[in-house]
Design a binder for this molecule. Structure first.
Ligand code: B4P
Length: 203
């Protein structure tokens, strides 16, 4: 399996780039934001609980999100790898993910971190708010709260993976295709390394 994390602040382009990456590499896309919005749309108990946090720009509690990820992994036993988008967002989520992958004799190959200035993030999210119908994109205070939450709880997750030498920073401003090419270069490099180190009998 080849697993990667697409990391970055709200509005950095994780969702946008994930769509293109899963098409090229055939990975299973797991977006906790999408999973949570689907629970909200279906008005499940989990969705109603999550909405209280998302409407304020806060992270949803770890146990809720980790449970969702555990189910998503179990539901896709044939996946040749996973692209985690918007997860992990806290140190506790990162540790839980490592344990879940370990149970499947797998691990994270690389964390690709999109680097975008705060002004650009706010501009993108406010623009998306005009058309997306997402309540967390329409209110300036909520957008700010999401960015504060990112710096307080999510940015340290990159340090966790830095300890294992797994983080690559990618400039997340410029054309969508240009950023995509930068991501692909890094992924291709790791896929080659993985092939070179694979046992002769294959995986
Ligand atoms: P998410 O759904 O993960 O969304 P996001 O961080 O806001 O956006 P993303 O980075 O994917 O941006 P996108 O590509 O769409 O999270 C939403 C909420 O869910 C969180 O605030 C939290 O409450 C909750 N949540 C999710 N996961 C959680 C977890 N693990 N733990 C706890 N809570 C969790 O891009 C944004 C806009 O920019 C788009 O309109 C796009 O068109 C535009 N754009 C993209 N690339 C561009 C480029 N290069 N140039 C110009 N515009 C660009």
């Amino acid at each position: 399996m080849f697993n990667l994390i697409l990391f970055g602040p709200p509005g950095s382009g994780k969702g946008t780039q994930s769509e293109k990456l899963i098409e090229r590499y055939g990975l299973k896309h797991i977006s906790t934001g999408d999973l949570l919005r689907s629970e909200i749309a279906r008005q499940t108990a989990l969705g109603q609980e999550a909405q209280k946090f998302m409407d304020k720009g806060q992270l949803v509690p770890d146990e809720v999100v980790i449970g969702m990820i555990s189910s998503a992994l179990d539901e896709n036993p044939q996946a040749k790898g996973f692209l985690f988008d918007g997860f992990p967002r806290t140190a506790a989520q990162a540790e839980a993910l490592d344990k879940l992958l370990d149970l499947k004799n797998s691990s994270i190959a690389v964390m690709l971190a999109l680097d975008v200035s705060e002004d650009e993030l706010i501009k993108r999210l406010e623009k998306r708010g005009q058309t997306s119908g997402r309540s967390d994109d329409t209110n300036h205070q909520v957008i700010k709260a999401r960015i504060v939450e990112y710096h307080a709880k999510t940015a340290p997750v990159a340090d966790y993976y830095r300890n294992f030498n797994k983080v690559v920073m990618i400039k997340g401003e410029g054309s969508i295709d240009g950023i995509f090419n930068g991501l692909c270069t890094e992924i291709d490099k790791r896929l080659r390394e993985k092939q070179e180190t694979a046992p002769l009998s294959g995986e």
